[in-house]
Each structure stands twice: as C-alpha cells, then as structure tokens.
Design a protein around this ligand. Structure first.
Ligand SMILES: Cc1ncc(COP(=O)(O)O)c(C=O)c1O
Length: 570
C-alpha cells in the first residue's frame, strides 16, 4: 500500500513540475507574441524579443536543473523503497528491475531524462557501475535510449507497447482515461515487472522458434476448407469436455507410440498452449504459499505463472543428470515442474535413477510431478528418451505437451495428460477458468494428425534442424573451440548453449548483439540469484534460419564476443 502511494505521489509530483514548466514557457511565449502584435511598429521590438528569448532560455535552464534535481531525489527515494521489497538476484538486476517497473507503470514517463548514473548511484547508495549496468540493460531491452553527450532517456515506445498493441488502438474513452491512472495490483506489477517474453520472436538466433515457413500450409488449409464447409453444432459451441474428442483421440494414439505415454483420450485436456496448462495445474492443485519446485535454471514462463498464482517457488539445481531432488526436505512440495527429456534451457536428460527417485518421492509426499515435454520430437541422434509419465503405472505425473514447436506457436494448442482421477476436476476447472473453444481448429488438427501429415512434417523438420544444428556446432568448434559448447548440450531441440567465461557479462553481450540485429538470450537470466553470477552463456536458436543466415549472424556474434574481450580462434 505504502509503495503504491509512493509511486502515485511520484507520478503526481512529476506531472506537477511538467505543468508548471509548461505554464511558464507558455507565459513567456505569450510575451513574445504580445510584443510582436502590440508593439509592431515600435523600434524596441527587437530588444523586447531578445529579452523574451533570454527569458525563455533562463526559464528552460532553471527548470531543467530544478526538474533534474527533483527527479533525482524523488526517484532515489522511490528506488530505495522498491529495492527493499525486491530482493531476488544481483544488486544490478534489482536496480534494473525497479527502474523497469517504474517505466512500465508510467512512474517515469516516456521521453524523460534519467538522472546521471553518478548522481543516482549516490542517491541510492550503490556503485556507479551498478547503475551503469542497469542503464545498459534497460537500453538493451529497449526501455531507454542513450543519446551521445545528452544522457539516458526513457524511450518513446517501450517494449510493452508492442505487446499491448491492441489496447493502443482503442481510442480513449473517459472511462479508459480514468483507468490509466489506476495502479496495478501487487501481483500484477510483479508479473509485469518480471515480464520476460521477448518482443523478438523470429530470426537468428531466437531460441525455441521453429521454422514456421516450412509448415505444409497447403495441406492444412485443404483440410481446413473441407471441414469448415459444414461444421457441426458441437464444433461451434463452448468446449466443456476438455477439447475436441477427435484431437484427444488422435493425441492418445500418437503419444502412446511416439512418447510411451500411458493414456487414453479421456485423460487428455486440450489447452491454449503450455502457459495455460501451467496456470490450470497450479491454480487447481496448489494453494497460496504452497511449496512448488522448479529447476534452476528454468523456463521463465513457469516462474512468472507460478509467481502470479502466489505459490512459494523453490528452485533446485540441475546437473548432467537433470534436476537434483532434495530428498530430505521438511516441507513437501505440492508440485514439481521438470523437463526430463531435454532440460530447459541446458539440455541435459533426467537419468533413469533420478526419474525413479523423483516418482518415489512424489508418491511418498503426495506431490504431483509436471513433465514439460516441450521439444522432445527433435532428437537428432539415437532414440528419443521415453516420457517420465510412462515409466511406471499410475504414476503421479502430469504430462504437458505443445504444438508450438512441432507446428507453429501461433496455433496456441497444447495439452495435458492427467491421471484418471484428476481428469474430471481439471476439465471442470478449465471450463470455469477459460471457457474453451476453437473446437473446429482442433478437429482440423486431429485430421492432419490422423492422415499422417503431422509425423511426416516432424520427420522432415528433424532432418532440417539436425543439419542446422550440425552447421552451428561446427562453426563454434572452428571459431571458438570445444570449450564454448556447454557440456550438457545434446544433439536435440531448437537451441544450444554457447558457454562463456564466468567473468563475462552475457547480458551485455546479448544486448550488443541485439543492436547489430542478432537475437540471443543470456543464460544467466534463466537462473535464480543463487547461480546467475556463476553461469554465463548465450542461448542460440538454430531452427528458424537457414545455414547462410546462421553464418552471417554467427560472424556478427563473433565480433560482439571479441568486443567483450573474449578470444576467438580466428
Ligand atoms: C520449456 C518450455 N515449455 C513450453 C514452451 C511452449 O509454450 P507454449 O505451448 O505456451 O507455446 C516453451 C516455449 O518456448 C518452453 O521453452
């Protein structure tokens, strides 16, 4: 409450300064106009104009100084308060997050100049380098712009404005104008403040992006045209059964064969992707404050959804055998989120011994394991690892899958395979929370799978991605050396980890690469504060671009690494 009042106060004060400043300018400008109109014929016109111009310049200088000094100390107070609340991660990360929240929430308005790093550092009692790094991270993510010789300014359009484009198009009614001044809830600001979805979803080296241009759209649209001609009533009403029965049946068949999942159609609930599946599971199977385990590092999406659902997140370390479960724990976790086939983002595979340990632990503690099997179709050598869910009969495992990687992300279709006793409550919860639909799209997808196109597409993509993967691995070997390939990397998935020296600044390197048009994500940002300073690297997605583009982007990346003082082989 106190913090909310603080930010409102800061906003009001800043707007007040802006108002006074505008008024004084307006008065002085009026003086000029008056002089020109009324004293048109007098000889003193030039002199009066000159005085007025000097007046304006003085007013500008005074206000700029006054405004900056005020902003500096107000922002200092605001940040000090926020920093006490935000304790996760390094100091630089916390300063960055607090500033980013202030920008997102409009406390710092677009086109405002930020205080000089030295001054802000003094105000909030941190080193100047900490503030400089935070400013740098803000700049890398598009929240501020550095103008040579003129300091750092809040960008006119911050990244969020691209994410909420639709809202911007709505013309402002009176009600909307009032809503603008509302403050976000604590959890709302947390979610927005920790937002990690990148505005860049395509191109070298966006991690996790499949090559959507290779999808056989002509086949899909042929099925679409045929089935859309005369849809049945049941395809046009709300979904109450956990999704289209045709898709659930097709998936049950596919998952049994391809992923060794033990299931039939009435254990499957169709969702609008993994994010919705995580939301459904965490809301219906855990309460506020319950312990939930995730891997460290982990997919940012899991962390953010769990955070807004108010559970207590415990991040457990990962090694070459996958998550290291804390078997002597006092507080049983309600949920355990894992990526057993291909740890995200590192790439290790959960060993058989750990799989058994984890299932035994979950049975004993009445926990649910949620297996995120997001990209296991893409293993380029050897057999794919079977699912954790299918390892034992009646295991406490909820299997989670998505079509985002195998078809394309915008399809927004994912699924959960739940133990029989959970199907009915989760189906009802899904219907209550999301009021599902898109049944016709799901039936079209089912037909696409049933006719064999889905598996054929996966086979073709596996081959294509395997070539791109090999090409990138070869470039890394030749230009950087074996040590730059993370030891948990396997020939699988849609990205790999380029390992960097632990004293390098992967966030800064990623920012520099982005400036040159190469999109990579910093590995350290996938870790919690405990480990983020130790593990440096870059996630390089290789799936969505051809070899020629990989080559060009890799050349640019090498330049960025050299600029950061990292030695390359040639
Ligand atoms: C670990 C992990 N799980 C799931 C997903 C897919 O999420 P969705 O199905 O919501 O597209 C991703 C996407 O990048 C991911 O990295």
């Amino acid at each position: 409450m106190f913090l909310i009042t603080q930010s409102v106060l800061l906003k009001i004060k800043l707007r007040f300064f802006a108002f006074i400043k505008k008024s004084v300018y307006a008065l002085t400008y009026k003086k000029i106009i008056f002089a020109v109109i009324v004293k048109k014929n007098t000889q003193s016109i030039d002199l009066i104009s000159l005085f007025c111009i000097v007046d304006i310049m003085l007013a500008r200088a005074t206000f700029n100084f006054w405004e900056r000094a005020n902003l500096q100390s107000l922002l200092g107070d605001y940040l000090l308060q926020r920093l006490q609340q935000d304790v996760e991660g390094t100091l630089q990360l916390r300063v960055f997050r607090c500033l980013r929240n202030a920008i997102i929430q409009g406390v710092l308005a677009p086109k405002t100049r930020l205080p000089a790093s030295r001054d802000l550092a003094k105000e909030i009692k941190v080193s100047r380098n900490t503030v400089l790094s935070a400013y740098e991270q803000l700049r890398a993510q598009g929240y501020v712009e550095a103008r040579t010789g003129q300091g750092t300014w809040i960008a006119e359009k911050i990244p969020e404005s691209f994410l909420i484009k639709a809202e911007n198009n709505i013309c402002l009614t009176e009600e909307n104008k009032q809503n603008e001044s509302y403050n976000l809830s604590q959890r709302g600001s947390y979610l927005v403040g920790y937002s990690a979805a990148s505005p860049y979803q395509w191109g070298a080296f966006v991690p996790g992006a499949p090559d959507v241009t290779e999808f056989p759209h002509h086949i899909f649209s042929r099925i679409q045209t045929r089935l859309s001609r005369e849809p049945s009533v049941s395809q046009l009403i709300y979904s109450n059964e956990g999704g289209s029965i045709e898709l659930r049946q097709a998936l049950a068949e596919y998952l049994t064969i391809a992923r060794s999942v033990q299931c039939d159609a009435d254990q499957i609930i169709i969702t609008e992707g993994t994010h919705q599946a995580i939301d459904l599971v965490s809301r219906t199977l855990s309460d506020l404050g319950d312990d939930v385990w995730i891997e460290d590092p982990a997919y940012w999406g899991i962390r953010n959804i769990l955070r807004i659902n108010g559970v207590h997140i415990r991040a457990l370390p990962v090694d070459q055998h996958g998550i290291i479960p804390d078997l002597d724990v006092k507080e049983s976790p309600k949920l355990i989120f894992v990526t057993p086939s291909h740890q995200y983002p590192l790439g290790s595979h959960l060993s058989l011994e750990r799989r058994k340990q984890l299932i035994a632990f979950a049975r004993q503690h009445k926990s649910w394991i949620i297996e995120d099997d997001y990209d296991s179709e893409f293993r380029f050598s050897g057999q794919p690892y079977p699912s954790l869910q299918g390892l034992e009969d009646d295991s406490p495992v909820i299997y989670m899958g998505t079509f985002s990687k195998t078809i394309y992300p915008a399809l927004r279709i994912g699924y959960l395979v739940v133990p029989k006793k959970l199907f009915s409550p989760l189906r009802v919860a899904a219907s209550e929370l999301y009021r599902g639909g898109h049944l016709l799209d799901q039936t079209i997808l089912a037909e696409f799978i049933r006719e064999g196109h889905y598996e054929a597409h996966i086979r073709r993509m596996r081959l294509l991605y395997s070539k791109r993967h090999a090409f990138l691995v070869d470039l890394i070997h030749r230009h950087l050396g074996q040590n730059f390939l993370h030891e948990y990397n396997t020939a699988a998935g849609l990205h790999l980890i380029l390992k960097l020296p632990s004293d390098s600044n992967d966030v800064l390197i990623a920012a520099n690469a982005l400036e040159k048009g190469v999109k990579v994500r910093a590995l350290s940002q996938y870790y919690t504060k405990q480990y983020s300073t130790q593990h440096k690297g870059l996630l390089l997605g290789f799936a969505c671009v051809n070899e020629q583009k990989i080559l060009i982007a890799f050349g640019i990346l090498l330049e960025c690494l050299r600029d950061a003082g990292i030695q390359t082989l040639n």
